[in-house]
Write a protein that binds this ligand. Structure first.
Ligand code: ADP
Length: 306
């Protein structure tokens, strides 16, 4: 089976500056791909090239088997694209908003499709509520519903849950998983680690380039990070002391502990030995989490390109 997204060497420059640089990705059907990276790393630009809204300066490939350069009208018909700034008509109700959008796109069997979409996303009981009175989480759910009206095969979601509370984000992701289980392919950009963990595959971008790719487990395993969890009474002072060690790459506060990381297992252990002798401190080696890995990647991106 051919991949739903299969693009190679995409490059895009604005004002002479490459914001996407030799980017390739393959996304199989029914998978949820997470797209991560600092602001300005080129995620939105890539998404816009995938759905035919922007033409790459170089590179090629297909989205839903359509050429991203020459068949953009076809791609748009089959892709649901949720931008960061989806605008709803605040003085229309949920169902009026969906009905209006379905009319604009001349969706066949409009009333039936709107009713089905309301049910599918748990919006039916609130159908009469004005969009302007909805909380951020419900607005996002309505925005997702609007993207689904034309029954797309691929969803491109650009930070769909930015600024939404954790419960609403969890509910939103339940919808995403439900859709994927029905065969929908999803590419979603996010800054939230709990969301990244829910993706089947992850891609991390920095300065327009793909830095890491794989499942959450693979990304963690390939990081080569060695982490010690350190607790004690004066964490700010402890953090200053640990940062002096050349074997320590990063010291990051995690709740009431510090995560101290490095890449040379033995050298780090040796450097931390004096701290392990101290009765006021507790040190344990722990398995790195996705958050440790992404903080480290962000740190390195700044070093490399800043
Ligand atoms: P991300 O989605 O990862 O935050 P973007 O793709 O939005 O990144 O932006 C990447 C870079 O390209 C940023 O520096 C942004 O300012 C720049 N950029 C994006 N779109 C345009 C445009 N239409 N014209 C000029 N610069 C742009």
């Amino acid at each position: 089976m051919s991949a739903v997204i299969d693009v190679r060497h995409l490059t895009k420059a604005f004002d002479g500056r490459k914001v996407v640089d030799d980017f390739s990705i393959r996304v199989e059907g029914g998978r949820i791909h997470g797209f991560l990276g600092p602001n300005g790393s080129g995620k939105t630009t890539t998404i816009r090239m995938l759905c035919g809204l922007l033409t790459p300066d170089a590179g090629e490939g297909t989205c839903l088997d359509f050429d991203i350069r020459t068949q953009t009208a076809e791609i748009k018909k089959h892709v649901g694209y949720m931008t960061q700034k989806f605008s709803l008509y605040e003085d229309l109700s949920i169902s009026e908003n969906l009905d209006f959008i379905a009319r604009i796109y001349a969706v066949p069997r409009r009333k039936e499709v709107v009713a089905k979409t309301l049910e599918r996303l748990g919006l039916a009981t609130r159908r009469q509520q004005l969009a302007g009175s909805l909380s951020g989480g419900w607005k996002q759910r309505l925005a997702l519903a609007a993207c689904l009206l034309h029954e797309p095969k691929l969803l491109l979601l650009d930070e769909p849950t930015a600024g939404v509370d954790p419960k609403a984000r969890r509910d939103f992701w339940e919808n995403i998983h439900q859709l994927a289980s029905e065969g929908m392919t999803v590419l979603v950009s996010t800054h939230y680690m709990d969301e990244a963990e829910q993706c089947h595959e992850l891609v991390y971008m920095a300065y327009g380039r793909k830095v890491v790719e794989g499942t959450a487990g693979e990304v963690v395993d390939r990081s080569g990070l060695d982490i010690w969890e350190v607790s004690g009474s004066d964490l700010p002072e402890l953090s200053r002391e640990l940062r002096q060690l050349s074997e320590v790459e990063m010291v990051v506060p995690f709740g009431l502990t510090l995560h101290v990381s490095g890449r040379n297992h033995d050298a780090l252990e040796k450097a931390l030995a004096p701290f392990r002798q101290r009765s006021d401190l507790t040190l344990h080696r722990i398995k790195p989490g996705l958050e440790d890995v992404f903080i480290s990647l962000m740190d390195k991106s700044v070093d490399n390109f800043g």
